[in-house]
Design a protein around this ligand. Structure first.
Ligand SMILES: [Zn+2]
Ligand SMILES: [Zn+2]
Ligand SMILES: [Zn+2]
Length: 141
């Protein structure tokens, strides 16, 4: 099945009207995991021609609200988007160059950590980000 059909049915199941910008943004996020908004705008423009920043922002927001894409924002970096949703995976971020990679969650469902004291909250998420140096940066002098 071509990816466009899959994305169309994803949009429909999420109750979103299928539009070319929505398909293009979803495809761009899928093709460029952890891309920031600027990179997604570039990819969408390569696909659709001229599209306003605002249009792409609006589509990203709609897709995120519908749960079709995930937004991550490690502290000190721009928001990034990915189409890998629903598996509660985590991320490892390079402190030096900012590259991001996926790390499977050992448990797979949120919250993967049990708080030692939950203060009476019903906790539904633990945000885990691993920080370090990527292989390239750890080789650099
Ligand atoms: Zn690095
Ligand atoms: Zn990821
Ligand atoms: Zn986990």
């Amino acid at each position: 099945m071509p990816a466009a059909e899959t994305d169309q049915s994803l949009l429909q199941k999420a109750g979103l009207r299928v539009t070319r910008p929505r398909l293009a943004v979803l495809a761009a996020v899928r093709q460029h995991p952890h891309a920031d908004t600027e990179s997604i705008i570039e990819a969408v423009r390569a696909d659709l021609g001229e599209v306003s920043h605002q249009a792409v922002y609006d589509v990203l927001r709609a897709l995120h609200t519908a749960g079709l894409i995930r937004r991550i924002q490690p502290s000190g970096t721009y928001a990034r988007y990915e189409a890998r949703v629903g598996d509660n995976h985590h991320h490892v971020v390079c402190r030096s160059c900012g590259v991001i990679a996926d790390v499977d969650c050992a448990i797979g469902e949120a919250p993967c950590l049990t708080a030692s004291n939950d203060h009476g909250f019903r906790i539904d998420e633990a945000e885990v980000i691993y920080w370090g140096l990527c292989p390239d940066c750890s080789k650099a002098p």
